[in-house]
Design a binder for this molecule. Sequence first.
Ligand code: GLV
Ligand code: MG
Length: 296
Amino acid sequence: MAEYAPVRTLLFVPGNRPERVDKAVNAGADVVIIDLEDAVPLALKEETRPMVREKLLQHKGQNIIVRVNALDSGFLKDDLDEILTEELSCIIVPKVESSANIREINSLLLEAEKKKGMKPGATSIIPLIESARAVQNIYEIVCERTDPERLHTVAFGAADYTLDMGIEMTLEGNELFYPRSRIAVACKAAGVEPPLDTPFMIDVKDTEGLKVDALRAKTLGFQGKLCVHPSQIGPCNAMFSPGADEIDYARKVIYAFEEAEAKGLAAIQLNGKMIDYPVVERSKRIVRLAERIGSQ
Ligand code: GLV
Ligand code: MG
């Protein structure tokens, strides 16, 4: 996943709808996720796998990853045996709840990669954090360094999380404040990339609701958001990219501070705002992020 960074949007497409994969790769998302889990009925799992493999080969070189089925689903081993290819650099694994789960997934991947003559570690993983137990264990999950290393970040799934908790998913989103905060802090503390936020599913047509929800996640430290409809891509790409004013101001801060520092000052005011080293560092990050997005 590191090679795609920063990732602002990841668009889900059901694995059993190959024509939608073709559309999705041109929809403007940073990453497309072909889904083998919840979007595919149980009875269709088997016939869906070859379609997914074909799409991966057809769209070589595009940023496409696959959400496989969970460890305890009974489908995961066959998913890996069938869809793993050099073209697939990352999988999302749902319902991961512990560091032991990460080690189990690593073993399954090592076996499947060996069978296919692939380099061990060719496939990285994004665990989906979507239960109370997963949130409770998040730090041990993101600290798990398998050999080879596979985990660069995690994603949050609020539908399954609220189901597990027996609570409502609301527009206000207060119920997600705690798990989101825990996940973002754990990723930072463990030195992995910022996490990816849950899809907004309360009302897919509610763009304002989506923006507010994405802003909440961004404010807490998420780098991007899972999307369940192409219409969610534009607003989320914009939300997780620095705006023109923000970039402009960041450049002014850096310039003003460099001038001041040359004169022996380490704290200045710019338009009434206090500028010191942490503020300058943040401004540099904004400019770097803007440059990376611009060059994608
Ligand atoms: C995603 O898988 C979710 O449960 O929200
Ligand atoms: Mg889920």
